[in-house]
Design a binder for this molecule. Structure first.
Ligand code: SF4
Length: 329
């Protein structure tokens, strides 16, 4: 099938289709989605979820079909109901509000986001001003900033650094959102360090392993690439970053799509080499549909390009495990 001509479009069997590996679900997304599924099994529908459990509209729609109700804020959740907090994390104020409303909470915050929360608390307790590199309004940034609102200054781009001023003797540290561009974040940190030599680093990288691995993989499949397709939703920070990384790494064009229906046939005009990847909240069947679409249009079967092994698995939230165990007893 790979070399057949279809739909009147010339065969591009001499082209390449490269598939990033790793791509798609990370350990934190996997855990968050399973958390909602198990909560539905255990407590029955409806189970409320504050914000999108992960930033993918297909995943959210699938869970809605099973009885999850997604809300923006806790005042939409009936008193006494069960509510799951999303993988992006929440500020302490949200926990307090949940308790005040008598809600049963299950916290699906990714442990790698929780790690950043702990770093924020520690730096704040040592009276540091924390330069939080991230995007204003992103749920993860709101959650992390909420741990130490008096101590946080948001830095969104390398160019923001020029406008930062602090009184002499201010202790400074930096943290970041977990899903940023590694290269752009390091540029911001370099500028910060140049301007504020006293800058204290966090104990380890905040940009998570999954974000880093997916960006490295995209760099690998961007050279000699006419078109790089990223499957992922518009509000998925790590997916949007993959398009930027692809273009910087040499892809002639790159587009983000939620699913195969969003591919514009015109993108394939004169295109021989196509590369495909997906963000950390994207189920693999959405990628398979893109690959099938390419085969139908005369492209060869995809060749996976593996740049890292991933085997990390996170345990489900302890409050859920406890209830699952009690249900089996
Ligand atoms: Fe956790 Fe990284 Fe996945 Fe976000 S992208 S859920 S921080 S592993």
């Amino acid at each position: 099938m790979g070399s057949e001509v279809s739909l009147g479009i010339p065969s591009v069997a001499d082209g390449n289709v490269l598939l990033a590996a790793p791509r798609g679900y990370c350990a934190g997304v996997d855990r968050a989605v399973i958390t909602v599924e198990k909560a539905l099994d255990l407590y029955g529908a409806p189970v409320y979820v504050r914000k999108q459990i992960v930033h993918n509209k297909h995943v959210v729609a699938g869970l809605e079909e099973r009885g999850a109700i997604f809300v923006e804020e806790l005042d939409e959740v009936p008193v006494g109901s069960t509510v799951v907090f999303s993988a992006h994390g929440v500020s302490p104020a949200v926990h307090v509000e949940a308790e005040a409303r008598g809600l049963k909470t299950i916290d699906a915050t990714c442990p790698l986001v929780t790690k950043v929360h702990h770093e924020a608390k520690r730096f704040a307790s040592e009276d540091y001003r924390i330069l939080l590199i991230g995007h204003e309004g992103h749920e993860e940034v709101e959650g992390t900033a909420g741990e130490a609102p008096e101590h946080i200054t948001l830095v969104q781009t390398p160019d923001d650094v020029a406008g930062l001023e602090f009184p002499e003797g201010t202790k400074l540290s930096w943290l970041s959102q977990t899903t940023l561009s590694v290269d752009e974040t390091m540029e911001t940190v370099d500028r910060l360090r140049e301007k504020f030599p006293q800058l204290q680093d966090p104990p380890s990288d905040d940009i998570c392993y999954a974000t880093q691995n997916r960006q490295l993989a995209v760099k690998e499949i961007s050279t000699d690439c006419d078109l790089l397709v990223v499957v992922g939703s518009a509000n998925s920070s790590n997916s949007v970053r993959l398009v930027e990384v692809a273009l910087e790494a040499g892809a002639k064009a790159s587009y983000r799509i939620d699913d195969v229906s969003e591919i514009d046939e015109a993108w394939l005009d004169g295109v021989k080499n196509v590369s495909v990847t997906s963000g950390a909240s994207v189920p693999d069947d959405l990628v398979d549909e893109v690959l099938a679409f390419l085969v139908e249009r005369g492209y060869p079967e995809a060749r996976a390009v593996k740049t890292a092994e991933e085997s990390l698995i996170f345990a489900l939230p302890p409050e859920l495990r406890r209830d699952m165990k009690a249900a089996q007893a």
